[in-house]
Design a protein around this ligand. Sequence first.
Ligand code: NAD
Ligand code: SER
Length: 316
Amino acid sequence: MEKILVIGACGQLGTELTLKLRDLFGTEQVIASDLREAADLIKDGPFESLDVMNKEALDQLIEKHQITQIYHLAAILSAKGEQNPKFAWDLNMTSLLNVLEAGRNGVSKIYWPSSIAVFGPSTPKTKTPQNTIMDPNTVYGISKLAGERWCDWYYQKHGVDVRSIRYPGLIGYKAQPGGGTTDYAVDIFWKAILEGSYDCFLKADSRLPMMYMDDAVKATIDLMETDADKIKVRSSYNVSAISLSPEMLYAEIVKRYPDFKISYSPDFRQTIADSWPNSMDDSEARKDWGWEPAFDLEKMSQTMLDNLENILVTTK
Ligand code: NAD
Ligand code: SER
């Protein structure tokens, strides 16, 4: 029977992934862990405080719960990383190496996310291929690219069954984003409902790849459940769903909130956004493990508004 450890379970992705893994494998089979206190949504199941930088504590936890799979999500994202570069590099790299070592020492399957941030200003921007120029210019992107190479190395040299996806910006309503360049695409929905106006930190036409959280969770679990011999990419797979800009998102929201106003005050995050692709070629993921998104821009926007309206009305 699988015993799964989620590291960084209280984050934007971790909260939703933990809930889904518990649905699929049983609540007691999924141990949530984080540096922070257990988030409300995942409090009902097993939770352990863990600083993944502490290798001994990680190894003890793996031993205690007889962990067979790890989803390692703890990281500093792009915007926060530029504000504390050395810390971001240390966390993103050391934590991954601690987890990959656990794979070498017996944990049978590992998931670790990469990002569109592995690409940079010289990368082809549209339908960015799986294999292309990669010149990331953020500490976050550099750490993700290095992480991809480490994953591939541990697979090639030690047979560690590590799997990875280059997520685009993730959009969900259950948990707040943790300091990325794509966070505006979540904030805008909250502001539309609560305040009726939003000042966006990216330009109106700044187009980036994005994905609704249900698609991201589905992609993650599908990849982890695929037979190992079908997985041909051991660095990280491109996946694609929606390519959108602030003005495109605004046009969707204004359909339901006609008085909603948007203004634009681009800050340092604009330079980061400008260095990333605006859409991705995900044909390898489609071919190798059947990836297909279910949410387009309209469906994602309506689902976000429906769910946030429910939450904000019931908590009033
Ligand atoms: P997040 O910032 O919301 O969550 C990260 C979690 O890790 C937090 O709960 C934090 O407390 C925890 N954490 C930080 N340091 C830790 C430590 N030392 N030990 C244990 N836990 C620690 O991030 P997220 O958006 O959920 O992202 C999860 C993963 O997905 C990251 O690797 C990120 O790079 C990747 N990713 C996210 C996005 C996105 O749009 N959210 C896009 C691409 C890739
Ligand atoms: N959404 C992430 C960020 O903006 C991309 O990895 O940092």
